[in-house]
Design a protein around this ligand. Structure first.
Ligand code: PEP
Ligand code: MG
Length: 578
């Protein structure tokens, strides 16, 4: 077996050694095999069962979405899918193909889908032409049923670590790993702060993205070493390489164990500045690692993950239970719940149909923009968060705000939700703090509107970098341009921190920069005292805080902030970390 290596971007550190498991995309890799004449009847029945199951699935989706939770577009979208599924071109024609060609049901359906897609491509009317993607989505649903894995990832093998190799994975796919326990994963596509990468970090397993062609070059079952710290994957390593990496692996584990001793130590710099280290979480289950790492609270609960990987939307009660669990789990420590940030790379079937067909989803109807466009949905979530505020120290954080008008609209919806609860006699914290994320350059340049209206701010550096440099954070083709140390980015972050401190409005950083130990001193030198990051990074960042004298490093950071020369910025960063 030939040993070779692949390079990508390590988005989550550590070393994993295990066997490759390839994931395929349903519509791309449909099996084709012949059916003996005696089995044609049962193959047709198998197809009919799958169609009936998807019919029930669509009905359940409709049923789960009554009343307040139902945005108009979602209902219409389900109706379209229902019609496509029940049209004879999709529900009958494949049966004829199975009988005529004596082929398996998946193949028959796939062929029929291609015929339909070709017909749609020829339609002049752009609206009708768009329905082509609905046909593909309906076919995917039926294919998944036929393949017996509705939306699920393959189970990892029990004996050895399994390393998932995929062309691309959505954040919704990766969040499923939380219950699956893969050893690591690789993807051909992806950017360093894509949500796929962020979720990978929270799983605490090594991950390398943007490998370009790992999915093509690696075979199922091959032995792999994934080194997330050095951006490399070694395929079929020989014994000497394996021994070397096993040693490195145990050294890393030893370091991890040592850091655990810092768990209960307050994070204070040498010159006595107290720093709060909060956890970023995606689901209530993430509380455990947050508490284990000694987090001072939750600085960012990405609530939109409650909406992914499930049919329909979570009801108010379901959301309330999740938020309450986190509020209580933190035992009186602050919990910042971000209202849902769907759209762009966090797709929800149906709901963000709006965003997915948009010409540029990252600049489209995402996050608070989507919430304000769907006030009923927003209202439901706000009621759930407010109800949870009675059970802990809950704060509300609004993503992607750009203007005073949006803040005022949002505050009005919050006031309305409070009023409704008050009328119903449902308890909530009337003084619940409302904060805004600083993710768009406009928010920094016109920060006065934010400082005047909001109780706290949190800088989302992942998006701030994306929007400042016009670099799609999820696109590996431009990932080399995604630069947290770009002088424009540093200036925006420093200005936001300075303005907030002057106005005595608390400000945190909750983007990936907060969990990168190479940048801890830079942020401390800018005056930051609140960091929110994935629990896995808290102890390493704490160690860096404990060994920093802010007064001593501040002049170096000031020089970094003033410099327009990337080479000089890099040299100064080295000096900070020496
Ligand atoms: C950010 O943009 O930095 C952030 C924390 O939010 P998200 O990564 O979920 O967009
Ligand atoms: Mg963001």
């Amino acid at each position: 077996m030939v040993t070779f290596s692949l390079h990508g971007i390590g988005v989550s550190g550590g070393i994993a050694i295990g066997r490759a498991q390839l994931v395929s995309h349903a519509t791309l890799e449909v099996a084709h095999y012949a059916i003996p004449p005696s089995k044609v009847g049962s193959e047709i029945a198998r197809f009919e069962t799958a169609v009936a199951e998807v019919q029930r699935e669509l009905e359940a989706l409709h049923g789960a979405m009554t009343g307040d939770d139902l945005p108009g577009e979602f209902g219409a979208f389900l109706d379209v899918h229902w019609m496509i599924l029940n049209d004879a071109t999709l529900s009958e024609a494949p049966k004829r193909i199975i009988a005529e060609q004596r082929c398996n049901a998946e193949w028959a359906l796939h062929q029929q889908m291609n015929v339909l897609v070709d017909q749609f491509d020829e339609i002049e009317d752009p609206y009708l032409r768009e329905r082509r993607s609905d046909v593909v989505q309906v076919v995917e649903r039926v294919l998944k049923r036929l393949m017996g894995k509705p939306g699920a990832l393959p189970p990892p093998s029990a004996e050895e670590q399994t390393i998932l190799v995929a062309h691309d994975l959505s954040p919704a796919d990766v969040i499923q790993f939380k219950s699956h326990r893969y050893g690591a994963f690789l993807t051909d596509l992806g950017g360093v702060t894509s949500h796929t990468a962020i979720v990978a970090r929270s799983l605490n397993v090594p991950a390398v993205v943007a490998t370009h062609n790992a999915r093509q070059l690696i075979r199922d079952g091959e032995l792999l070493i994934v080194d997330g710290n050095h951006n490399v994957v070694i395929v079929n390593p020989d014994r000497a390489i394996l021994a070397e990496y096993r040693l490195k692996q145990s050294e890393l584990e030893l370091e991890r164990q040592k850091l655990k001793r810092l768990r209960l130590k307050p994070a204070e710099t040498i010159d006595g500045i107290h720093v709060e280290l909060y956890a970023n979480i995606e689901l209530p289950e993430d509380l455990e690692p947050a508490v284990e790492a000694g987090a001072n609270g939750v600085g960012l609960f990405r609530s939109e993950f409650l909406f992914l990987n499930r049919p329909g939307l979570p009801s108010e009660d379901e959301q309330f239970e999740a938020y309450r669990r986190v509020a209580e789990g933190m035992g009186g420590k602050p919990v910042v719940i971000r209202t849902f940030d769907l759209g762009a790379d966090k797709a929800k079937e149906g709901l963000d149909g709006l965003a997915r067909v948009a010409p540029n989803p990252a600049l489209g109807l995402r996050a608070v923009r989507f919430c304000l466009a769907e006030p009923r949905l927003f209202h439901t979530q706000l009621r759930a968060i407010l109800r949870a505020s009675h059970y802990g120290r809950v704060r509300i954080l609004i993503p992607m705000l750009a203007s005073a008008g949006e803040i005022d609209q949002t505050l009005a919806v919050i006031a309305q939700a409070k009023e409704g609860l008050r009328e119903q006699g449902i308890p909530f914290d009337p003084n619940v703090a409302v904060g805004g994320m600083i993710e768009i350059p406009a928010a920094v340049l016109a920060i006065g509107a934010f400082l005047a209206r909001l109780d706290f701010l949190s800088i989302g550096t992942n998006d701030l970098i994306q929007y400042t440099l016009a670099v799609d954070r999820a696109d590996e083709a431009v990932s080399h341009l995604y630069d947290p140390l770009h002088p424009a980015v540093l200036r925006l972050i420093a200005n936001a921190i300075a303005s907030a401190r002057k106005a005595r409005v608390p400000i945190a950083v909750c983007g990936e920069m907060a969990g990168d130990v190479r940048l801890t001193r830079l942020l401390l030198g800018m005056g930051l005292t609140e960091f929110s990051m994935h629990p896995a990074h808290i102890l390493a960042v704490k160690q860096r805080v404990l060994t920093t004298d802010v007064a001593e490093i501040r002049p170096v950071v000031d020089r970094m902030r003033r410099s327009d020369d990337p080479a000089r910025v890099a040299a100064l960063l080295d000096r900070l970390n020496a």
